[in-house]
Design a binder for this molecule. Structure first.
Ligand code: AMP
Ligand code: ZN
Length: 469
């Protein structure tokens, strides 16, 4: 299995630290809002990496954090007049719902920054003791970037160029730094903000330290894979390396994986630009399996542009697989013969070739675009050879192979394209509430949306009844 490593700019053979086990850390979202589909890209991509590794027989310890203390969370809390943890708890729950809807498996551990302050204090203390960090007059603790010889190795940046380009970092409030590239490990509290006691001042951690600490606690000093979106390479991941390697005196992560951006109109989708769609919004229009298919239709290191056309293409692609499986299920239910004939046995062997093709694509730095093509070829093969005269052994062999390869991609294909009962009930309740609030436009929208998914509503005297078309 080859992985492109940002650190070496090369595809390298994957060799885990411990045979049969993978320790993997993926930087998670800052929770102050519903996640958008740009944030969903790393979730889907690295969930697929994990699933493939599990398929190959590895036991994967997968850690992904929630950043639950941050300026944006605090700002939102002030706006709503609530405590910061009300905001972070709310959006962690919402994020987990979105992950489930996209069939992203929960991590082995989802640590929270606010629950790991003790470890952060310890690591910062160690960095100060060893000369890698210093306390400024107001209690801020900075990392002394120039104390770490390898700084810049991940982002392949030259320190002098970085310094030249970062003079602005020395503006007001930051002039306590010894060097413009020094970054915050701990900062003093401001009025009304959450804070913790520390040897340096009452305050809160900087952003980068949490990942170094959580990775160490849940995965150990050295890990196999560290991942995130490409915007995290610098400064976030560069700073994590500086912290962890200075504190632990070990190589932090062997393989650094970064997904390219999900764009819209060729610009990065982001909260700050306002050019985003939340996963929730997309989920109202499409089955989120379609979103998942769309994300995997490009290589994770290629930029991907979100558009209605590509989503329609993804919808067709996904449905092609579901329909084929649906058809195989129908044939299976009605098959008369049990055992595969000699010809069928030979065909099943031939079908295994598509699984090999799939693996070859995935072994080449997780080329999911080619992996999906292999599934399509298999689907075409199944559609060609499966018939009402086929044996059960033959039909189930084909069906299981399509399902297994799809499952590695996290695509649920063994389903009639039907909405789940609980989703229908939820939307009906939402429609009732909209009607009560005289928001008839929304109520109609929901009726239409359900109709599109084959659900017919009937308003009766005893309440709303529904049936499948
Ligand atoms: P944030 O909440 O901004 O820290 O982002 C959480 C994760 O989503 C990080 O791994 C980011 O790199 C990633 N991310 C944010 N926006 C995009 C985007 N438009 N495309 C791909 N990844 C993104
Ligand atoms: Zn991180």
């Amino acid at each position: 299995m080859k992985i492109y490593n940002t650190l070496t700019k090369k595809k390298e053979e994957f060799v885990p630290i411990e045979p049969g086990r993978v320790r993997m850390y993926v930087c998670g979202p800052t929770v102050y809002n519903l996640i958008h589909i740009g944030n969903a890209r790393p979730m889907i991509v690295f969930d697929t990496v994990r699933r493939y590794m599990e398929y190959k027989g590895y036991e994967v310890n997968y850690v992904s954090n929630f950043t639950d203390v941050d300026d944006k969370i605090i700002k939102k809390a002030i706006e709503e007049g609530v405590d910061a943890d009300v905001i972070s708890k709310r959006y962690i729950e919402e994020c987990k719902k979105d992950m489930e809807a996209m069939n992203v498996k929960p991590a082995t551990t989802h640590p929270l920054a606010t629950q790991e302050i003790g470890g952060m204090l310890e690591m910062i203390e160690k960095l100060i003791e060893t000369g890698h960090a210093y306390r400024a007059e107001d209690g801020t603790v900075y990392y002394r970037t120039r104390s770490f010889r390898d700084y810049g190795k991940l982002s392949h940046k030259n320190l002098d160029d970085l310094r030249g380009g970062n003079r602005t970092l020395l503006v007001s409030g930051e002039d306590q730094k010894e060097d413009p590239l020094d970054f915050v490990l701990w900062k003093p509290k401001k009025e009304g903000e959450p804070y913790w006691e520390s040897p340096w001042c009452q305050g809160r951690p900087g952003w980068h330290i949490e990942c170094s600490v959580m990775s160490k606690k849940y995965l150990g000093d050295e890990i196999d894979i560290h991942a995130g979106g490409e915007d995290l390479v610098f400064p976030h991941h560069e700073n994590e390396i500086a912290q962890s390697e200075a504190a632990n005196e070990k190589t932090f992560a062997r393989y650094w994986m970064h997904n390219a951006f999900l764009n819209i109109d060729n610009r990065k989708m982001s909260k700050s630009l306002g050019n985003f769609f939340t996963v929730r919004e997309v989920g109202e229009k499409y089955d989120l399996q379609v979103l998942r298919f769309f994300m995997l239709s490009a290589h994770y290191r290629s930029p991907l542009n979100f558009s209605a056309e590509l989503m329609e293409a993804a919808k067709n692609g996904y449905e092609r697989i579901v329909t084929s499986v649906d058809n195989l299920r129908f044939l299976l239910e009605n098959a008369a013969k049990e055992e595969a004939s000699e010809e069928e046995a030979a065909l099943l062997k031939e079908a295994q070739g598509f699984a090999l093709k799939f693996e070859e694509a995935m072994d080449d730095d997780f080329n999911t675009a080619d992996a999906l093509s292999a599934i399509f070829e298999l689907v075409k093969f199944a559609n060609t050879w499966a018939s009402d005269g086929s044996s059960r052994a033959f039909l189930s062999g084909l069906k299981e192979e399509i399902e297994q390869l799809s499952d590695i991609c996290g695509l649920m294909v063994n389903r009639k394209t039907q909405m789940l009962e609980e989703d229908v009930e939820r939307l009906i309740q939402e429609r009732q509430a909209a009607r009560k609030a005289k928001d008839f436009q929304r109520a109609d929208e929901i009726r239409e949306m359900l109709l599109e998914k084959g659900i017919i509503l009937e308003d009766t005297r005893e309440g709303v009844k529904w049936k499948r078309a």
